[in-house]
Design a protein around this ligand. Structure first.
Ligand SMILES: C[S@@+](CC[C@H](N)C(=O)[O-])C[C@H]1O[C@@H](n2cnc3c(N)ncnc32)[C@H](O)[C@@H]1O
Length: 312
């Protein structure tokens, strides 16, 4: 490593440790100062944000094998979403397409009814056809009026100390997107998921294995920091846990969940993987096959394993 890279790494460490302490002792202030939405930086406008939630809905439906335009695609379902970010747009789209109730659980208090977020809810309502729009309008305290706030009987937002739901055999569908890679006790989250799923229920997760801006000189070299130093820098800021797909598979199965599908969303090129491969810390890659190490993310679908029941 050149002296310049070493200096850049030292600077990065010191500033990351300082902001990690802020996030540890003043999480709400940290979230406000860093203006976190969950969807990344920048105000991209109500219509673009609404488009993001429409895309999420369409992709979840594609995984579930249902038509995203079908007004009854999720008829009667009780839904749990982990880590929704600051706008409960996925929840609104679920209710619009027939879900009965959605509970959103997060570890960080990101949800906000700011004018920008109210505009996103309005854009989502406007973009829906009549039937789904009428259903979606009922999620607000005053029907059709996003500024009145969400009615917790239809869409409930909960912040818990570890981001788990504590629910027992309650949900038919569990969703998350760009969340599991931030969770520091995945075994506990999968156990929560197993307990929260009803028999016949399904969990659909999209996991982003990229560096979230932490690459130093090459893609995936954030996987080379020793665990103790990485924890000092990032443990309280919702940064990625860095685990590769094998550990997700292992912890999900240990919790009594069965893999229904597992598919990559993208991959490093062969030359990028060859360059970084010797630097990846082995403990992050446990149970991960060589051809899975370059995955940039994946979809994971889980159902309760046949031989387990809640309480096993
Ligand atoms: C990148 S954002 C994704 C937000 C949203 N799902 C989306 O697609 O826009 C990550 C979300 O996960 C939440 N999160 C971070 N760590 C978590 C944890 N340990 N348990 C549950 N949620 C967590 C964050 O607060 C945030 O809501």
């Amino acid at each position: 490593m050149s002296p310049t890279s070493r200096l850049a790494d030292t600077r990065r460490c010191l500033s990351a440790i300082a902001s990690n302490l802020l996030a540890r002792f003043a999480p709400t202030l940290y979230v406000r100062l860093t203006r976190q939405t969950g969807r990344g930086a920048g105000d991209v406008g109500a219509e673009n944000n609404a488009g993001y939630f429409r895309r999420c809905h369409a992709e979840y439906c594609a995984r579930l094998g249902c038509d995203p335009e079908d007004p009854q695609a999720l008829a009667g379902l009780q839904v749990l979403e982990y880590g929704p970010g600051d706008v409960l747009g996925v929840a609104l789209m679920c209710i619009a397409h027939g879900a009965e109730r959605v509970v959103c659980v997060d570890r960080f208090p990101l949800e906000r009814l700011s004018p920008a977020n109210v505009a996103i809810y309005r854009a989502l309502l406007t973009g829906l056809p009549e039937g789904p729009r009428a259903r979606a309008a009922t999620v607000f305290r005053e029907t059709g009026e996003p500024a009145s706030g969400l009615d917790p009987a239809r869409i409930e937002y909960r912040v818990t100390h570890d981001g788990t739901s504590g629910a027992e055999a309650t949900f038919d569908l569990i969703l998350s997107r760009a969340v599991l890679e931030h969770v520091h006790d995945l075994a506990a989250l999968f156990a929560d998921m197993r307990r929260a799923l009803r028999p016949g229920g399904v969990a659909v997760h999209q996991v982003d294995l990229k560096s979230h801006g932490l690459d130093r000189q090459m893609p995936f070299d954030f996987l080379s920091w020793p665990g103790w130093l990485y924890a000092l820098m990032y443990s309280h800021k919702g940064f990625p846990n860095r685990w590769r797909v094998g550990l997700y598979r292992r912890w999900a199965e240990a919790a009594g969940l069965e893999l229904k599908a597992l598919a990559p969303t993208g991959m490093l090129s062969a030359s990028e993987l060859a360059a970084v491969r010797p630097r990846i810390r082995p403990e992050l890659a446990t149970g991960t096959a060589d051809d899975e190490l370059g995955w940039l993310g994946f979809w994971m679908e889980l159902v309760p394993a046949r031989h387990t029941a809640v309480g096993d």
